[in-house]
Design a protein. Structure first.
Length: 154
């Protein structure tokens, strides 16, 4: 039997800041856990994903891969630790805009994007908070991507 996700952890997830404990309990019911070893590629840029992921323990790196370069030569855009989200593409297009690699052994929570979107549509206050937070994440990642690419070509 899977270990339940404690709402104490979900309170620390930036995407969920401002949600009540009752709302976090609803989200906890949607979560599943999995792990990745250090160096393991978790998700691949350009491939389809249907889950949003949250780092529970460990650290992952978001990497951009340029055409015709090997997967191990990605440009690290940002490293993410506990409470941070990746694969938010599952809430939009489903196509990964970057790859994600475990930097340290990592425990990851994931939620099927369709289930999280259904919860957002059913409970608009939850949806508003999550989408408002998600817009900040996307903006930050875009800025980090631009800076990483500028550094790579300089």
């Amino acid at each position: 039997m899977a270990t339940p996700v404690p709402i104490e952890f979900l309170r620390k997830v930036g995407l969920f800041t401002g949600l009540t404990d009752a709302e976090l309990i609803e989200i906890a019911k949607l979560c599943q856990r999995h792990s990745h070893e250090a160096g393991e590629l978790c998700l691949v840029q350009g491939e389809q994903t249907d889950h949003v992921h949250f780092v529970e323990k460990g650290m992952v790196a978001v990497e951009l891969h340029m055409p015709y370069t090997p997967r191990e030569k990605g440009i690290t855009v940002v490293t993410l630790g506990p409470g941070e989200v990746f694969a938010w593409s599952a809430l939009v297009t489903g196509i990964m805009s970057a790859s994600v690699r475990a930097v340290k052994p990592s425990e990851i929570l994931d939620v099927r994007g369709a289930e999280l979107l259904a919860l957002c549509e059913k409970n608009n206050p939850i949806g508003y908070i999550i989408m408002k937070s998600l817009s900040s994440v996307i903006s930050s990642r875009l800025t980090n991507s631009q800076l990483a690419l500028l550094n790579a070509v300089s």
